[in-house]
Design a binder for this molecule. Structure first.
Ligand SMILES: *Cc1c(COP(=O)(O)O)cnc(C)c1O
Length: 378
């Protein structure tokens, strides 16, 4: 399906709402029935009817159809955070006694789920270096039911070979789930490689304006309907109609925002690469990146998020650099209009800084919608 069609037309039945260009926000918790029989049918299958907005909602449905089409998926669910999408996807595919193989250092709250919540229910997780397919083969146990991926990782951009992992998992009857937040479906469509479930934090590029927290989970109709009828309804973490509307608005400009950010990021990286205080730049589409070939093979683009390692002997030098930035904001998240930075050293007490550890000198930069020169000057 044409991306322009998905973004501008798909699921927009304008004749049903006064030919308005912008879709309405159906800010209603519940929906009425004309007959007992209609109500009975709705109770019997909530996935087929508007009954209550913790389940289906018309504004959210417009968004769902667009996001599923972008992922080349049969269906999707939209959550009120990316973390909720991760939780529902994993919870739906494990039971007591099961085992998960996860790439190491996935998103923080995925790790907390694997390390803190799931062990309480007898579900264990092995972390592996996902850059080598052999590590997956070695880690799979008879009770492994889920392989959890994040490609690229959002700090060191480690990739997994999606096709190879999907093939392996299918042969072993294991469900594959990927966090695709870095790429968005514009730059990577994991389902096309045989991955079962793809999710992303829509807080990032989909929303695009740093004003909404949301998550998307896409897959087969069968799997998505099953998750709707259990985890989605039970956790009650569906997106609100207003936030769904903000995401529909964000989608209108998604490809052009990514395009602009991709161009700007290239200029910023070229600048950083020749700077004498910069030791290295980590970015999947940089020719020096160890998995550059795989990145080029399975991703249509890379943008915005990069990590650079600066030369510093003391933590004060890094702090001085960050504290003196005039335009680039120090904040978590990414994907919005504004450039952002997080120094790794903000994650530990300053006295533990050791310049020998490269990671301690890492700065994660998100290149926003500003002009390249503006960011470079800062
Ligand atoms: C932000 C983020 C999430 C979590 O999404 P929220 O919308 O913040 O809940 C998950 N994975 C990655 C890679 C992220 O960057």
């Amino acid at each position: 399906m044409d991306i322009s069609y998905i973004i501008n037309e798909l699921a927009e039945d304008r004749e049903n709402y006064f030919n308005a260009i912008a879709p309405p926000i159906i800010q209603s918790s519940n929906f009425a029935f004309k007959t007992v029989n209609q109500m009975r049918n709705a109770f019997a299958d909530e996935y087929a009817t508007y009954l209550y907005s913790r389940g289906l909602n018309p504004t959210v449905d417009i968004l769902r159809k667009k996001l599923a089409a972008l992922d080349n998926a049969e269906d999707c669910l939209v959550f009120n955070s990316g973390a909720a999408a991760i939780f529902a996807a994993v919870l739906a595919n494990v039971k007591s006694g099961d085992h998960i193989v996860s790439v190491k250092n996935p998103y923080t709250w995925a790790q907390k789920m694997f390390n803190v919540i799931l062990p309480r229910f007898g579900v264990t997780t092995s972390y592996i270096d996902g850059r080598e397919i052999e590590n997956f083969e070695r880690a799979i146990l008879p009770n492994t039911t889920v392989i959890y991926l994040e490609s690229p990782n959002s700090w060191d951009y480690a990739l997994q070979d999606l096709k190879a992992v999907a093939d392996l998992a299918k042969a072993e009857n294991i469900i594959t789930i990927i966090d695709n937040s870095y790429c968005t479906p514009i730059y990577q469509r994991p389902l096309d490689y045989g991955i079962d479930l793809t999710l992303q934090s829509a807080t990032k590029y989909i929303g695009g304006h740093s004003d909404t927290v949301a998550g998307v989970l896409s897959g087969s109709s069968k799997m998505i309907e099953r998750i709707f009828n259990s985890e989605y309804m039970n956790i009650g973490s569906g997106i609100s109609p207003f936030n769904a509307w903000l995401l529909i608005r964000g989608l209108r400009t998604l490809p052009m925002r990514l395009q602009h950010i991709t161009q700007t990021t290239t200029k910023v990286i070229n600048y950083l690469n020749q700077h004498n205080k910069v030791e290295a730049v980590l970015f999947p589409f940089d020719e020096s990146f160890p998995q550059y070939a795989l990145a080029k093979q399975q991703m249509q683009g890379a943008c915005g998020l990069l990590t650079f390692i600066i030369k510093a002997d003391t933590v004060e030098q890094i702090e001085k650099f960050c504290n003196n930035l005039q335009h680039i904001l120090m904040a978590v998240s990414w994907g919005g209009h504004e450039s952002l930075i997080i120094p790794k050293c903000a994650g530990f007490v300053a006295s533990q800084f050791n310049p020998q550890h490269k990671e301690h000198r890492m700065l994660r930069l998100y290149v926003g919608l500003e002009e390249a020169d503006y960011i470079i000057k800062d």
